[in-house]
Design a protein around this ligand. Structure first.
Ligand code: BG6
Length: 480
């Protein structure tokens, strides 16, 4: 942790969807638990012409809708922290007034940008113009940070004119998820796994981020982006880097991010036949009919809503261990899972007794269920007159049960608190973002070169059959 604890928070995009669903509820929940500095004042800004009271009403409605009742506490104190200043972020002249509204913080200011990336540059200029930069100001940036390496560099360069890297907090909300952080505890707070965590003992890794939702009204945004840039470039590559990284010397921002970036830079370009893209057509999810992507969009499109990739990390630890990644919209269930498939025992002493042995498998459920399950082989009880029978049994830890009574938190609670307090460990450094884009851009370029277009899949299925074939031709079955 460096520097100051902010006593002012300035939220751009304060009337937007993210603010409504996540940011305001997370801040209110932190407040209810006494985790916000009593002096913290929060100023929202957006284009809508609201006054303080109207913004507080907006926030109250958001809390009623999106914050579970048991976390709400007395929202009056939270609402009293809120102020609002309307702003056209693209015009310089409003920033002086915004600065006046923010006032002079006693300790420091944290800014959170949750606006269209097209506004980032103008906003940074405006902040500099209004004097809302300097040693006691830090900035949080919500994705998407560009649509490719080049555009992300333009954004990062613009940010860097006013905010040094140590004041820049790039958000990947997956890093705020409890089980994602727990992955580090599992790997580095136990002696058991690390000696086996390599190509000699691991056969492959699977990472699935499946969603049941479709476009969710994000028509304009999503069609220019697609699953590769929306989910793989950020969340999935962050998960991959946490699974694959070398042990950092300590849990701090530099050590952890140094190790992650090494993994990201070791990613080899997957060939076109190692990637499958898909787009959902009409189908049903949980018995409910849902329209196809182009119907939701209102026009035909070549944007992928599903992608599966066989990824490779070219380093000593992971040589020859494929990382199968898949993500998609309108899949049968919402689930984020990491599967670490170990190799078979080198020799089965039970083979002569007719017993079949399965390799161990570690399943890390990130959401909706937070659990860790390790399959172990065990002998089926009995006298074994007809031969020994072995069966995998799970060593199962359901996190909510293991930590009953401990508050489960929204990912943004953690991230907002870290932004306010200045801890960058769970934020993405510029070199990581650029390494992520580098790989993703190369994949897109190879799709274009080979004229790859998404295959259609029925909403409610696990994507195009080619995605199943992608794993099966290696003798691998996706975990479902
Ligand atoms: C966002 C993507 O970053 O993550 C969305 O833009 C996606 O398309 C969302 O739905 C998924 O987040 P979560 O936390 O619901 O898994």
């Amino acid at each position: 942790m460096t520097g100051f604890i902010a006593d002012r928070l300035l939220l751009f995009g304060a009337t937007g969807d993210l603010a409504k669903r996540m940011l305001l509820p997370s801040l209110a929940a932190l407040d209810a638990d006494g985790l916000l500095d009593p002096k913290l004042e929060i100023v929202g800004t957006a284009r809508s012409e609201l006054d303080d009271q109207a913004f507080r009403n907006f926030a109250r409605e958001a809390l009623e809708k999106f914050l579970p009742g048991d976390r709400r506490g007395s929202t009056a104190t939270f609402l009293n922290r809120l102020g609002y200043q309307a702003l056209d972020a693209s015009a310089l002249d409003g920033y002086a007034e915004l600065a006046a509204k923010v006032g002079t913080p006693a300790q420091g200011l944290a800014i959170f940008l949750s606006t269209a990336p097209s506004l980032f540059e103008a906003t940074i200029h405006g902040l500099a113009h209004g004097g809302l930069t300097g040693a006691n100001v830090r900035i949080g940036l919500e994705k998407p940070l560009g649509t490719d390496l080049e555009s992300s560099r333009v954004i990062n360069d613009a940010v860097a004119t006013a905010f040094p890297e140590e004041s820049t907090f790039r958000i990947d909300h997956y890093l705020g998820k409890e089980t994602v952080q727990n992955l580090l505890a599992l790997r580095f707070a136990n002696i058991l796994f690390e000696p086996l965590w390599n190509a000699a003992h691991i056969d492959h890794v699977q990472i699935t981020v499946a969603e049941t939702v479709g476009l969710e009204g994000r028509v304009g945004f999503y069609d220019d982006v697609g699953a590769l840039r929306d989910m793989v470039q950020n969340h999935m590559l962050q998960l991959l880097s946490l699974v694959a990284m070398e042990p950092p010397a300590m849990f701090d921002a530099t050590a952890v991010r140094d190790e992650k970036v090494k993994v990201l830079r070791s990613l080899r370009l997957s060939s076109p036949d190692e990637t499958v893209t898909g787009q959902y057509r009409a189908g049903a999810i949980a018995g409910q009919a849902v329209p196809g992507y182009d119907e939701e969009l209102g026009k035909p499109s070549d944007t992928e809503t599903f992608v599966a990739i066989k990824a490779h990390i070219d380093n000593w630890r992971w040589k020859g261990v494929p990382f199968y990644l898949r993500t998609g919209k309108r899949l049968p269930k919402r689930t984020t899972e990491i599967i670490v498939q170990f190799r078979r025992v080198p020799h089965s002493i039970f083979a002569g007794k007719g017993a079949r042995s399965e390799p161990n498998r570690l399943v890390i459920g990130v959401q909706p269920d937070e659990n860790i399950s390790l399959s172990l082989m065990a002998k089926v009880p009995g006298l074994d007159r007809g031969g020994i029978r072995l069966r995998p049994v799970p060593l199962d830890i359901a996190m909510p049960n293991a930590f009953a009574g401990t508050q489960r938190r929204i990912a943004y609670e953690r991230l907002l608190l870290d932004l306010i307090e200045g801890d960058q460990t769970l934020f993405v450094r510029r070199d990581e973002v650029e390494a992520q884009w580098d790989w993703v851009d190369a994949i897109r370029a190879s799709w274009d070169e080979h004229g790859l277009v998404p295959k259609s899949y029925t909403a409610g299925s696990w994507g195009p059959s080619a995605a199943i074939a992608l794993a099966e031709r290696d003798g691998v079955t996706w975990h479902e």
